[in-house]
Design a protein around this ligand. Structure first.
Ligand code: ATP
Length: 319
């Protein structure tokens, strides 16, 4: 292995830059050449490739987003697109790839390694924390903290104005961010795709609480469970109490990564380079109980089971 490529793909997440930095500098330390591929798989197809040196990743450890840009590539979903990508890989003498992204990015890696002889290693980087084989994905801790900061501010106005706030958070099909911020932010309830929920029952609780003198509520809704707007309407219709909606949206993707995400990015980036050097392929790196854990791409992309009973019950006790 002489020359490796690195790309970021799918939705951007805080810590992608820290991961790029780790991969580039660990590879250079091992006397490998490194190229950065711009705009994910689209950049491979269109040969948007640039040489990375030590200085090319200076001063990015603290920056959100990705200096390599990211994209969702429809062309790479086709065999013809992947063939074009492979031609570019061969032309540029790339011996192995590190793919930074989420489950879609890993599925791209599966397709590429099944069809062609190119070693690929995945680094989990998505705010959704929905990959198997790792307790945390790079970016998820920052996204939780960003959402929490916003919820703290919403709490100030919720208590002052005596209102119900429904806060919709990101996470695609995963309720991870929602559950974390509900517990961390002291929310009254949380609606996530992993748990059956009964909005009417929640409304009964609100009415009862209101009779007891409770004046404000924060209800977290995961985007994969319901639309915040629809839940707020149901609450107002049922309780006649004023309900406001906040959709946190893309602010959760941005910002400087937390210490946890930077350290995870440093560790997992190093591990990915090490695996390529060992001749491995089709694997994803991760951490379990703070130890490095390596799984096949196929396992990593299987639906992650989020255990929520205990933590949900605790959240309800604490409200
Ligand atoms: P996030 O979940 O954070 O948005 P992601 O990596 O899951 O990140 P996706 O948009 O799902 O983001 O996937 C990124 C890209 O991976 C897609 O745009 C596509 O080019 C490629 N990809 C996804 N699935 C496949 C597949 N089955 N075969 C080939 N390529 C794929």
């Amino acid at each position: 292995m002489k020359r490796i490529g690195v790309l970021t793909s799918g939705g951007d997440a805080p810590g992608m830059n820290a991961a790029i930095r780790s991969i580039v500098r660990c590879a250079l330390h091992e006397k490998l050449e490194v190229v950065g591929v711009l705009r994910g798989y689209d950049g491979l197809i269109n040969e948007e490739i640039r040489t990375m040196d030590h200085a090319s990743v200076s001063n990015i450890i603290n920056r959100g987003g990705t200096i390599l840009k990211t994209a969702r590539s429809a062309e790479f979903m086709t065999r013809e697109g992947r063939k074009r990508a492979m031609d570019v890989i061969r032309k540029n003498k790339i011996d192995g790839l590190v793919l930074i992204g989420g489950d879609g990015t890993y599925r791209g890696g599966i397709a590429l390694t099944e069809e062609f002889e190119i070693p690929c290693i995945g680094v989990p980087c998505t705010i959704d924390n929905d990959l198997n084989g790792t307790e945390a994905t790079i970016g998820s801790d920052t996204a939780v903290n960003t959402a929490l900061e916003a919820i703290d501010k919403i709490r100030d106005t919720a208590t002052s104005m005596e209102r119900i706030f429904v806060v919709e958070v990101m996470g695609r099909e995963s309720g991870f961010i929602a559950m974390q911020v509900a517990v961390g932010g002291g929310a009254e309830d949380v609606l996530i795709p992993e748990r059956k929920f009964d909005v009417e029952e929640m409304c009964h609780d609100i009415v009862e609480g209101n009779i007891r003198g409770k004046i404000s509520w924060i209800i977290i809704v995961a985007e994969g469970a319901a639309k915040g707007e629809a839940i707020a309407r149901q609450i107002t219709d049922f309780t006649s109490l004023e309900t406001r909606v906040v959709v946190l949206g893309h602010v959760q993707r941005g910002g400087s990564p937390t210490a946890q995400d930077r350290i995870l990015a440093a560790r997992l980036g190093a591990e990915a380079v090490g695996l390529l050097l060992k001749g491995e392929s089709g694997k994803a790196v991760g951490v379990v109980s703070d130890e490095i854990n390596i799984v096949d791409f196929e396992f990593a992309v299987r639906k992650k089971i989020l255990e929520t009973d205990k933590i949900y019950n605790l959240m309800k006790i604490l409200t």
